[in-house]
Ligand binder design. Structure first.
Ligand SMILES: NC(=O)c1c(N)nc(OC2CCCC2)nc1O[C@@H]1CCC[C@@H]1O
Length: 322
């Protein structure tokens, strides 16, 4: 009986250590100690097959190679974003919003250049990951998304929880992958976004596991049913559930505050360890979002400011030099 209790103890401990390392970036034990606990759990699980749990820390990688990806219909459409390209268009967006919501407050986030993803948890356990696809129908890429160590396999929230965010390939992973491919005479990926998309579409999750993907989560579906009233609160709730949320964001009360943040980030985006292709400006209050609604595919309560396209050379230099 002791060993079965130790299995649950180790699962909980390894989840905590994983959270500290991959989400807080503040490990409390050495890699060697982490590996010792993992080896102990693997050995105990082999002795007790009756304790098998697909959400155990030992089950992130491996499993069968898939024939293809199941199509999945999203409960709620995964929206895309309209774009603005300059200050004047940003002012026009704000005026359209303010016509309905005079006291609007925004949350401005980085626009991670990856691929949109939906995670489904049921009764506190990760059950499925689905790509955005066309917004209505996506693909089940659960086995690949399980390999991303910053994504918790268990959360402290009952019932059905869906969160959405962006899976991306950090610049360091991209450089390493392309130098390996170059050494093997393989075709290189053009950019981290393509490399992330190609990795998530691997039929063999052990390949995806080696690609060093990560993710930021930015949307709590049905947040209002969980007593959440604003986007900022939703992000804080995602953090409380141990999901990895990007801290580089700012609440803004007007266009000039938004523009100041855009200029600040634009100046330092080459230092970031991941690629961004703009900023996302969202109305903070969830009731105001509902009142503003959406068009066919994009919200009226959010827009993306896109950075001006860069010379190819600077982009390549950026990836090589940083
Ligand atoms: N790429 C991003 O970092 C990002 C973000 N920070 N926030 C959102 O908010 C969604 C919520 C409803 C409409 C857009 N979307 C993002 O990316 C979108 C998802 C689909 C197309 C864009 O990549």
């Amino acid at each position: 009986m002791e060993e079965v209790k130790r299995i649950e103890e180790l699962r909980t401990l390894l989840e905590k250590l994983s959270y500290e390392y991959y989400v807080l970036d503040h490990p409390s034990v050495s890699d060697q100690e982490y590996d010792r606990y993992m080896q102990e759990l693997i050995a105990l699980e082999q002795k007790h097959p009756e304790c098998y749990d697909a959400n155990s820390p030992t089950q992130r990688v491996g499993g069968a190679v898939l024939e293809g990806f199941e199509k999945v219909e999203h409960r709620r459409m995964m929206l895309s974003l309209g774009n603005v390209f300059n200050y004047e268009e940003l002012v026009a967006f704000d005026e359209r919003v303010r016509a309905l919501e005079p006291d609007v407050r925004y949350v401005v986030e980085l626009k991670i250049d990856g691929l949109a993803m939906s995670l489904i948890y049921r009764d506190g356990r990760f059950v499925q990951a689905v790509t955005r696809g066309d917004g209505t129908i996506g693909e089940d890429v659960t086995s690949n998304i399980k390999t991303i160590p910053s994504i918790p396999m268990r959360i402290d929230e009952p019932g059905e929880v869906e969160v959405r965010g962006e899976v991306y390939m950090p610049k360091a992973s991209f450089r390493r992958l392309n130098s390996e491919r170059e050494a093997n005479g393989e075709e290189l990926f053009a950019n981290p976004r393509n490399a992330a998309a190609g990795s998530v579409r691997q039929l063999d999750s052990t390949v995806c596991a080696k690609r060093g993907l990560d993710a930021f989560w930015y949307y709590f579906v049905n947040a209002q049913e969980h007593g959440i009233h604003s986007h900022e609160e939703a992000l804080e709730e995602l953090s409380r559930l141990h999901l990895r949320v990007n801290p580089l964001r700012r609440c803004c009360n007007n266009v000039d505050e938004i523009w100041a943040f855009i200029e600040e980030i634009s100046a330092r985006r080459h230092e970031l360890p991941y690629e961004i292709d703009g900023m996302v400006i969202k109305v903070d209050d969830l009731n105001a979002q509902t009142r503003l609604g959406t068009t066919v595919k994009v919200p009226r309560w959010a827009t993306a400011y896109k950075f001006p396209a860069e010379e190819v050379t600077t982009r390549l230099l950026d990836i090589v030099l940083t």
